[in-house]
Design a protein around this ligand. Structure first.
Ligand SMILES: NC(=O)C1=CN([C@@H]2O[C@H](COP(=O)(O)OP(=O)(O)OC[C@H]3O[C@@H](n4cnc5c(N)ncnc54)[C@H](O)[C@@H]3O)[C@@H](O)[C@H]2O)C=CC1
Ligand SMILES: O=C(CO)COP(=O)(O)O
Length: 325
């Protein structure tokens, strides 16, 4: 199975490295010419994944037509740009493995839903979990959820991508796998705020637990299964992203917690913090299905410029209630 990767950011590059294990040929599509040149000449993505040597079996291109000989595509374009890129991809029935984490603004669609709309003949899978790109690219041990309704395809993808250091755990719950990844980015911003504002480790643990409760409520309302949300793509990724400044979302939250404006923190950046785009969409999507998401609402308020103290006071003033509700 020849693998193509759509998206030459940190995660697309790390996944190309995974797929190139044993020097199997991989085509990596990137929109930036400097990324293509850097990967092809120096075997490094100096823009998005500097300092990690890449397999020479990875060939980068900025021409989507060069993906025509690939049997399956890993789709790693940030959620808000996915529609534009997938619209340019010729129609076909090759499997699309969605690896980005977000919800599309305007449509409230999850990334696999966007893929199904634009490429109805292509089977979809979702690969998601606690996966900092630089660790994966260096071959450090990692485990992910690989969700696909078609069991034979799921097994084939697991065979092709999985290894001792990149362990795939299969699931048929596509919606559950992608909801965990999308929601945890928003919750990671909240945990960063706790750090930046110096609110302490108790507060962060409380936020992770209550954040997981709201992730589960929303995930189940959108058709995901609770056990998927409690797995690698949900709780696993939530724990990773909520505990490290290696996370762009957590780091954004640290800045917000220190009183910096979102506009300042998001200006001129080349890398994505998906949670900033997902938060307002998630708030609307949750309201649409009647699910309460107070942490998400708080992140939206902070991104809109409400002072940290006001937002924290409002969260702490919420009525105390039964934990299981
Ligand atoms: N970096 C990581 O450790 C992980 C990232 N992800 C997810 O993977 C997705 C991609 O993130 P990264 O690879 O980290 O990105 P990145 O932050 O390293 O790079 C930004 C990416 O956005 C693309 N981009 C910017 N403007 C664009 C446009 N107008 N049209 C199309 N693409 C555009 C760039 O080409 C580049 O590929 C995100 O959804 C992220 O949440 C998932 C797991 C791990
Ligand atoms: O999704 C990730 C790890 O699983 C990466 O998180 P950030 O996008 O916050 O860096």
């Amino acid at each position: 199975m020849k693998i193509g990767v759509l998206g030459g950011g940190a995660w697309g590059t790390a996944l190309a490295q995974v797929a190139a294990r044993g020097d199997q040929p991989v085509t990596l599509w990137a929109r930036e010419d400097d990324v293509v040149t850097s990967v092809n000449t120096r075997h490094e993505n100096s823009s998005f994944l500097p300092g990690v040597p890449l397999s020479p079996a990875i060939r980068a291109t900025s021409d989507l037509a060069d993906l025509s000989d690939c049997d399956a595509l890993l789709v790693v374009v940030p959620a808000q740009f996915l529609r534009a890129v997938l619209s340019q991809l010729p129609a076909g029935n090759r499997p699309l493995v969605l690896c980005a984490k977000g919800i599309e603004a305007g449509t409230q669609k999850l990334v696999a839903e966007v893929a199904r709309e634009l490429h109805p003949d292509a089977p979809v899978a979702v690969l998601s979990g606690p996966t900092f790109a630089h660790e994966v690219a260096k071959g450090l041990p990692t485990a992910v959820t690989l969700a696909c309704e078609d069991e034979a395809l799921r097994d084939a993808l697991a065979d092709r991508l999985g290894s001792a250091t990149f362990r795939t755990y299969g699931s048929s719950d596509v919606a559950g796998a992608e909801i965990g990844g999308a929601v945890k980015n928003v919750l990671a911003i909240a945990c960063g705020v706790v750090e930046g504002a110096g609110l302490g480790l108790n507060a962060r643990a409380a936020l992770i637990a209550r954040g997981f409760a709201e992730m589960t409520r929303f995930g189940v309302a959108r058709g995901g299964r609770p056990e998927t949300l409690a797995g690698l793509s949900g709780l696993g990724d939530l724990v990773l992203t909520c505990s490290s400044t290696n996370s762009r979302n957590f780091s954004l939250g640290v800045g917000l917690g220190q009183g910096k404006a979102a506009s300042e923190l998001l200006a001129d950046r080349r890398t994505v913090a998906e949670g900033a785009a997902t938060a307002p969409v998630l708030r609307e999507a949750a309201r649409a299905v009647g699910v309460e998401m107070p942490v998400t609402e708080a992140v939206c308020a902070l991104l809109d410029g409400t002072p940290v103290r006001t937002v924290v006071d409002a969260l702490l003033a919420r009525p105390m209630r039964e934990e299981a509700r």
